[in-house]
Design a protein around this ligand. Sequence first.
Ligand code: IVH
Length: 690
Amino acid sequence: MPSSNTSSNLTPEQARREIDQLSEKLNRYQYEYHVLSRPSVSDREYDRLFDRLLELEKEFPKAKRADSPTQRVGSDLTHELPEVRHTIPVLSLDKAYTAEDLQAWIVKTIKNAGRTLSFVVEEKIDGASIVLYYEEGLLARAVTRGNGLVGNEVTANVKTIRTVPLRLTRPETVAVRGEIFLPRSLFERINADQETPYANPRNLAAGTLRRVKSADVAAIPLDILIYEGYFSSPPQTHVEVLEQLERLGFKLNPDTAVFSEQQEIDRIDKRHPGWTTGGLAEITAYLELARKRRRERDYEIDGLVLKVNELPPRESLGFTGHHPRWAIAFKFEAPEAESVVENIEVQVGRTGRITPVARIKPVLLSGSTISNATLHNQDYVDLLELAIGDRVSVSKRGDVIPAVERVVEKNEQGNTTWKMPDSCPSCGSTLSRQGAHQFCSNQQCPDQIRGRIRFFAGRNQMDIDNLGPETLEVLIERGLVRDVQDLYSFDPQALLDLPGFGEKKVQLIREGLHKSKRRSYRNVLVSLGIPDIGQKAVELLVEGGYRDIDSLLKAAESRDPDTFTRIHGIGEKIARTLIEALNNPEVRRRIEALKNAGLCFSEELPVEPESLPQSFSGQTWCVTGSFENFKPRELAMEEVKRRGGRVTSGVTSKTTHLLAGPGGGSKLEKARELGVQIVAEAEFLKLLVS
Ligand code: IVH
């Protein structure tokens, strides 16, 4: 038994012989296991031979074969996905949505062919379309569909799919088309671990196929079914093409149906006992049956494909630029909504993240008109192989954000897959990639500043009343506000010169700004808009002991992520982002300016030297109920004290004012009895600024 040798005892010639034997044996075992589901050796024996082959290939790399079964585990080297030209026309399919349309198509096709025809019906698997090119029996290239003329080469990745033969049973030069898919049963489990989860198994399969490390692809159990073969000397029928493909070692869909004349049916029944057969009149009934059982499949099917069986009439029926006239897809459901991508624009977010957005021809989808759809990032555009002018299907994910699901028809202008610009559309800076996204790293980028200001003033952050997006836009355009901190230093009086801004509005803006200064330390921290530092992270930081900005800044200065990761729930990534942001001079200046403006940068209320007018002196206040701007309500009483007032915990004869919010009970009654002045929150706020 050669495998009892240690490899170093072997001459190169002996090693080559053993590698050849092992490769052939293991390829056969893989085929038996994955394609035929009929293994002939134990897993243990298989693993033993596999390890031996790995060992030999490592020591004698020159002897490694092009069809080596060890390629199934992929590699950690990164590779590109170069664009390559297809040598066969990679067409799409015409569609029918009703049995009547399909019947009409059958009649028309028979008439155009001018002879009797038989038809093959296959499932239309909803996966990623692929073309495999074999040269003299070896898998030479695997190419995505792309625009039908040019696709991306994904050979190393496809080689990891166990059901793709690396070598055929004969040295045939042939191109085949098939669908790569991820079994439904595995989708949920695998998707849970993805950085950006995918909407459906098809997108996960397509995304996996485009990974830059084939070892990552090997970890996902993709599968394939082959449905078309392009031979240099083709047989007479599609059924024979399928038979040849099967003999060459390809995995075909066992659920195939043929509708033909009796003689042909008898022949097929004998050869393919698992197939469905019948006369032409039975097609419609079969479609109904197949539609009903689609849920039983462990892969998604979005329809059936009806194909003319005879190849010579296929030739004479010919093609349009888009689809062959000898096949049609019978789709199960009308698509989400179809429209054309008129343009693709990029948006710059407040953190500099660049998001491509498809501008589509307005289309109605579940009650609203859609004209924009997010494309997430370049990877998503690549996996859709989306170009401007393409006809696409759009959905509303979770019923809110419209998303482009897939390309249903390539554009006719020859536009290729859209590429992200190299520079920021707002400021022209060079973009850089972090994870799946492109970023503009210029903190002074106008769109980023705009996003930052809007976020800061927005609802769940500083919630500045009377400063909505439109007013902010005016402030930014007029140059009154150049960044977040200017919100507290610009002179609202200057707005009076502008149309639409009267005394009253300007006063309201002032009040909104003033009131926002009472937002809590936690709110202020979130409002700074540091990536990943949202409400939850801020809570963890405060509870972890960082109760004011100074302690936080000091901790960041150490540049040691451990100072933050020691807090349960704060990971390495958040720690690093925080350190980077808090050491950024721009961010530091912003914090300093906001602090000077009087924003709250500590959990404990600042004990400032009182410069406020002592407008509450001589008054005694009490508080009851709950408030929007004072949580806890004791914060309101702090304001009273800062303005020279006294506070008591209960209403007594000395109480002059009761601040009352919703939920106030016995104190309110007592105050009424004693004739104490009752003040509501809005009124109280006015008293604070006057
Ligand atoms: S035949 C010229 N057969 O559907 C022949 N396509 O909408 C064209 N598909 O890009 C393809 N299962 O990715 C064919 N049994 C099947 C199929 C199938 C899935 C996909 C294929 C194609 C798309 C067309």
